[in-house]
Design a protein around this ligand. Structure first.
Ligand SMILES: Nc1ncnc2c1ncn2[C@@H]1O[C@H](COP(=O)(O)OP(=O)(O)OP(=O)(O)O)[C@@H](O)[C@H]1O
Length: 306
């Protein structure tokens, strides 16, 4: 237990610059006990920077962050918090010469290993082989066992399912669900929207160092509306298909794609003016909704605004 009522993660006005380069800027959010929280954003948005500040690996330029109620800039306090923490980095590196078993022995001595054998059954790896000979998937499985075998109160993970095959991914999602049922907290960055939909209670989306969305997955999807794709015999300009309730209309490859609230009468009225050759109506998928937050521009490496 954290021994405190403080949220497992609390970030307040956190800013980190690398010289002139913005890592994150004025980031504020917290993660509650028992939550599975997804931290999303395009490449270079600042996810790893925020995670590395939380782990005390980087000093913030401004603002504050606590982990299990402890100030991350206070070394002694952070060391305390880390006993209850599992951290899975994005680029898992072990000393290559040692075997998987030796890696687990090492972490086991540091933090405990109560769940080691159970997790190894679920995420099997060739324990007696040197880690050097591991496939990337096996490396990731070994890292998962090392991260969770002391049953940490809080897990922070940077793209934890990268390199895992679908069966192992599912096992990992099960593990997160179990942790949630036990009131344990999981925080992870991801680029895999289907997994965010599958496991996350809430997501924070970061872009160019700033938080641009923070809500439950359900709310974000509900606000995403309905996507209608229509093929018409005529070729009207897209704006002719707009009506109150449409949030966007696009024409691509001879098809019109409309995003709307569930205003079907208004849609039918509008389409009535045309000859409809094909029509598909579906709820917005997580990709439809989140791409809007990501935007289609690549993250510029150089400083842009402000
Ligand atoms: N050590 C560093 N020195 C200078 N700039 C850095 C350093 N680490 C990150 N940055 C810059 O900080 C910004 C945020 O990078 P960060 O790695 O936090 O993004 P990210 O969201 O984790 O990206 P990805 O999804 O690609 O892992 C980028 O502009 C990046 O170039």
């Amino acid at each position: 237990m954290s021994g405190s009522d403080a949220p497992p993660i609390e970030i307040d006005g956190l800013t980190k610059y690398y010289g002139d380069v913005r890592g994150v800027e004025d980031l504020t959010f917290s993660v509650a006990s028992g939550e599975i929280f997804g931290f999303l954003g395009p490449n270079g948005a600042g996810k790893s920077t925020a995670i590395r500040v939380l782990l005390g690996l980087l000093k913030p330029t401004d603002g504050a962050a606590t982990l299990l109620g402890r100030d991350v800039t206070d070394r002694a306090a952070l060391r305390e918090a880390k006993r209850e923490l599992g951290y899975l980095p994005s680029d898992v590196r072990f000393y290559d010469r040692v075997t998987g078993a030796e890696v687990l022995d090492y972490f086991g001595r540091l933090r405990g290993e109560g769940r080691r054998s159970e997790l190894l059954e679920r995420f099997p790896v060739p324990l007696d082989r040197p880690v050097r000979a591991y496939s990337s998937g096996n490396r990731q499985k070994l890292a998962i066992v090392a991260t969770f075998m002391h049953d940490p109160e809080l897990a922070i993970m940077d793209e934890p399912t990268a390199g895992l095959d679908p069966l192992v991914q599912n096992e990992f999602y099960e593990l997160l669900d179990e942790r949630k049922r036990q009131g344990q907290t999981s925080f992870f960055s991801s680029h895999v929207l289907s997994e965010v939909r599958r496991v996350c209670d809430r997501v924070g989306i970061i872009r160019r160092g700033r938080l641009i969305e923070l809500d439950t997955v359900e709310n974000i999807l509900a606000a995403g509306g309905t996507v209608v794709t229509a093929r018409l015999a005529e070729d009207p300009p897209p704006e002719d298909l707009e009506f109150p309730g449409t949030s966007s209309v696009e024409r691509r490859d001879g098809e019109y794609s409309l995003v709307l609230a569930r205003e079907f009468d208004a849609l039918i009225d509008r389409l009535h003016e045309y000859t409809v050759l094909d029509l598909e109506v579906r709820d917005a998928s997580i990709d439809d909704v989140f791409m809007h937050f990501y935007g289609d521009d690549a993250e510029p490496e150089e400083e842009s605004d402000t």
